[in-house]
Ligand binder design. Structure first.
Ligand code: CTP
Ligand code: CA
Length: 223
């Protein structure tokens, strides 16, 4: 390894990042999913790698590709698979960042065969998935734990509740109010809130620039 790499701020640190949507199967050909592109998580992974970190990127279905060989991608499909892979990796990392848009509910029963159309109305019963981030909060030891919050009302208050409920060190509140922010867009309007409830609103900027801000917070933690 080049000596220059050892001078990078995150050299020797390892970071677990979740990214993308999860797909929850209904039958062999159908699923419940969401519009997450995975871009936010991959941008964070790329920035962490640029600053010298070893990155474990657990990602739901996405077209994104990592830019560096120090990023190991673990592709998963469902919330259950993402949960298992995250817990397998968690003990060995210094930081975990949950950027995935994990499904909150999945079909209670998965049909073994393709469901045929018949009745006029069709109801799918759903059950809660595991909250991956909350479970990482519960089993937290030395890790610096960062979560996201997507809110459309009482944003700050709801984000603070998430910090406490999930035992987070920092939350990245995503505002959907702002035009140009959110799913499918290349820009985000975020507010950082730390575990002491210090609120720091940021300007509307590209997801790549938001990723830089998030990894700056990680660097500050290790200073
Ligand atoms: N998250 C997770 N596992 C889940 C649901 C959410 O790890 N099953 C993580 C997301 O990756 C994100 C954070 O929890 O970092 C907050 O997600 P969000 O959807 O805003 O909050 P929820 O806790 O799911 O609550 P709600 O959707 O009701 O606001
Ligand atoms: Ca949710």
């Amino acid at each position: 390894e080049a000596d220059i790499e050892k001078k990078l701020p995150l050299y020797g640190k390892s970071i677990l990042i979740t990214a993308g949507p999860t797909y929850e199967a209904i039958d062999p050909v159908r699923f419940i999913g969401n519009h997450s592109s995975g871009k936010m998580g991959f941008d964070i992974a790329n920035r962490a790698a640029e600053l010298g970190a070893k990155v474990y990127l657990v990602s739901g279905p996405t077209h994104c590709k990592p830019l560096y060989s120090s990023i190991s991608v673990f592709p998963v499909v469902s919330a259950k698979e993402m949960y298992a892979k995250c817990h397998e990796l968690y003990d060995q990392v210094d930081v975990a960042i949950a950027a995935a848009a994990v499904a909150d509910y999945r079909p209670k029963m998965v049909a073994e065969q393709k469901i045929k159309k018949a009745a006029e109305n069709f109801v799918i019963e759903l059950e809660k998935t595991q909250d991956i981030l909350a479970s990482l909060g519960t089993s937290k030891q030395h890790q610096f734990l960062i979560g996201f919050a997507l809110e459309t009302e009482n944003e700050i208050e709801n984000a603070k509740i998430k910090i406490q409920k999930k035992n987070l060190d920092l939350i990245v509140l995503n505002s959907l109010k702002d035009e140009g922010a959110g799913f499918g867009k290349s820009t985000n309007k975020i507010t950082f809130i730390d575990k002491n409830f210090t609120v720091e609103p940021m300007d509307l900027k590209s997801k790549t620039a938001v990723a830089i801000d998030i990894i700056d917070k990680v660097c500050e933690h290790f200073k």
